[in-house]
Ligand binder design. Structure first.
Ligand code: COA
Ligand code: ADP
Length: 576
């Protein structure tokens, strides 16, 4: 992407954040603008990331407190990718707003852009999501008021926030499992000639938490801790390359416990591994007071690069890890590199940039499931659908946008939402109402909410081959009454199920149901499909108005649900 395109992207994001100006401004939105002064910069004249993290944390905290009406603490920050560095004289603009409140926690979206005052150009530096928790005043948790999304973009962020929350709450567990399984597969650490001993990069630094480092509740600001950690990590990284490195990524992390004025904060860092053009530095922060034992506050993993004069990454020296812990961290850094790439590639990429079928493996399962659900949520917020046909109380709409054709089918049935969700989320039941589902087998029940299926559909031409699809079905119950039940489908590739001569292997990029409870007995169903070449032949005659088979199929779906709801109440299907 050219820098101009990136600029255009940013302006759209800015518009999205600011929406229609002062009058209808989101009540939780907070903005901060700062000129980068020499005192904020490192010796190369670039804004120190630590300073930027402090500004981001303060802006986000003020947004959270504006919504909560009480004091809040930083609980976690999702992966941050820094697209650009900023120089002295540039202006940093930070916009933060609460995307969604849960019980006592809130997700805050933070957009950082840089502005060149002389050329009037603006570009994106990073976009981050932080979770803040309203501080308890007594024994009970604070119950936050709900955020009411007012625009289409806010509705999308509201909806995706639930999916991101799900991912961050199981993040630590998932990473531990993945590290255990993937490091077991890695052999001995590779020995490189002229490798730098990791010990040479080790840094330990202590900080005394003083009033300027703390908020009005005497707890240390999360941003201050992140800044101290970034400072120590940069020293470790510089020791490996004997030059000034650039911070590219900070992995998702969690503040495990608070620290207060008077605490001593010990921050330790070491280069865990260096790859050709990047290195991973691990940092851990512990607090103590007087003779009390150390409390583990935070651990973070940061990726640095060394850029040449043209801002291209330079080759880095290799590392020789220390025995035991060093070797373990060396291997874990390799595993984390793969996990990080999956996460960035699958989660942050725009839908149109993700290839149709992503290979399924245990290390990207959580991210593919996120991608599956978020693609459907994105489709659900699209506007400008065009009514194409209507029959038997089933309506077909189409949408042509950005060179893709999507269709949606809407219908109502006299059935309760939850039971319908259970029935429809077992794809094997679809044969009973959809003649396109000739065969459907469960390949693997990955977890309670994610199942892999193989689906066979008949040939569209006489005597032609049938088609088969390998699908990930991810289902979600609503977090609250503002969410629908959701069943998302997308294709994946599985080494155990390669394409065969018997069938044409086809792919689905994004499809599935959203299910809204209209009343205790009436439910609204919307089925979406982003038409890929494999799906188009089944639907094109309907879209062209030559037939109404989709309406008939979904009308059969409604009859199927009405006829089967009672049996479901007696015996839920095993795959759900
Ligand atoms: N990421 C995001 N949210 C998290 C989280 C994580 N890793 N871990 C917990 N939470 C959320 C929970 O989901 C819950 O949200 P909900 O009430 O909306 O359901 C909320 O935090 C409180 O969870 P609870 O189980 O009541 O408390 P806890 O014992 O897990 O404590 C913190 C969570 C954040 C309050 C606690 O870890 C803490 O005090 N951390 C330090 C915060 C701090 O001082 N930060 C500044 C820098 S030191
Ligand atoms: P782990 O050891 O499993 O990686 P920790 O939370 O103990 O997790 O530490 C996080 C990172 O902090 C480590 O990967 C390492 O890079 C760095 N670190 C931990 N302890 C030290 C130490 N004593 N000296 C230097 N760096 C350390």
């Amino acid at each position: 992407m050219t820098s101009e395109e990136k600029g255009a992207d940013t302006i759209l994001e800015l518009q999205a954040m600011q929406e229609t100006g002062e009058a209808s401004r989101n009540p939780t939105q907070v903005q901060m603008s700062q000129i980068v002064l020499p005192c904020h910069a490192n010796h190369c004249g670039e804004l120190s990331v630590g300073q930027l993290l402090k500004w981001m944390d303060s802006t986000a905290c003020l947004s959270a407190e504006r919504h909560a009406g009480c004091s809040c603490v930083t609980a976690s920050v999702d992966d941050i990718h820094f697209d650009h560095t900023l120089g002295v004289g540039n202006v940093v603009n930070i916009i933060a707003k609460v995307n969604r409140a849960f019980t006592s926690s809130m997700e805050v979206g933070i957009l950082v852009t840089c502005e060149d005052l002389y050329t009037d150009r603006q570009w994106r530096v990073c976009h981050a999501f932080a979770t803040f928790v309203a501080r308890r005043t007594g024994a009970a948790k604070v119950q936050l008021k709900q955020v009411v999304p007012r625009t289409q973009i806010e509705q999308l962020e509201y909806s995706l926030a639930a999916e991101r929350r799900r991912m961050r709450l199981i993040h630590a567990e998932i990473i531990t499992d993945l590290l255990e399984s993937s490091t077991a597969q890695l052999g001995e650490c590779q020995e490189y000639q002229d490798a730098v001993p990791a010990e040479r990069t080790r840094v330990e630094s202590v900080e005394l938490v003083l009033p300027p480092h703390a908020n009005h509740q005497v707890s240390t600001f999360g941003g201050q801790i992140m800044a101290w950690m970034e400072n120590v990590a940069t020293i470790a990284a510089s020791r490996l390359c004997n030059a000034h490195p650039t911070l590219r990524t900070i992995d998702m992390f969690h503040f495990r416990g608070p620290s207060h004025i008077g605490d001593r904060l010990v921050v330790k860092a070491i280069v865990n591994n260096s790859f050709k053009n990047s290195m991973e530095v691990g940092v851990c922060a512990e607090a103590y007071k007087g003779g009390e034992p150390l409390r583990h506050i935070n651990s973070a993993f940061m990726t640095f690069e060394l850029l040449d004069g043209d801002r291209k990454p330079r080759t880095l020296p290799r590392i020789r890890p220390e025995l035991v812990d060093g070797k373990r961290r060396y291997k874990e850094a390799i595993a984390r590199k793969k996990i990080r790439l999956d996460r960035k590639y699958i989660i942050s990429c725009k839908q149109t940039e993700v290839p149709l079928s992503v290979p399924w493996d245990p290390s990207n399962q959580m991210y593919l499931s996120y991608n599956n659900v978020s693609a459907l949520k994105l489709m659900d917020t699209r506007k400008n659908w065009v009514l194409t046909s209507e029959k038997s109380k089933v309506t077909l709409y189409t949408l042509e946008e950005n060179h893709m054709l999507c269709f949606k089918v809407e219908m109502y049935a006299n059935v309760p939402a939850e039971e319908s969700f259970h029935l429809l989320s077992d794809l094997r039941t679809r044969k009973q109402w959809d003649p396109h589902y000739e065969e459907c087998e469960v390949i693997q029940e990955v977890d309670e909410d994610d199942i892999l299926y193989r689906v066979v559909t008949p040939s569209v031409s006489k005597g032609g081959k049938g088609k088969d699809f390998i699908l990930l079905a991810s289902r979600r119950k609503p977090c609250d009454s503002r969410d629908p039940y959701l069943i998302a489908l997308r294709s994946i590739t599985l080494p155990t199920h390669p394409p065969t001569d018997e069938y044409n292997r086809e792919e689905i990029l994004c499809a599935g149901f959203t299910i809204w409870e209209e009343s205790s007995s009436v439910t609204k169903f919307t089925y979406y499909n982003q038409a890929t070449p494999g799906v188009l032949p089944y639907i094109s005659t309907d879209i062209a108005g030559l037939s109404s088979s989709s309406c008939s199929i979904f009308s059969a779906c409604s009859r199927f649900l009405e006829a089967n709801i009672e049996s479901l109440a007696a015996a839920p299907p095993s795959a759900c």
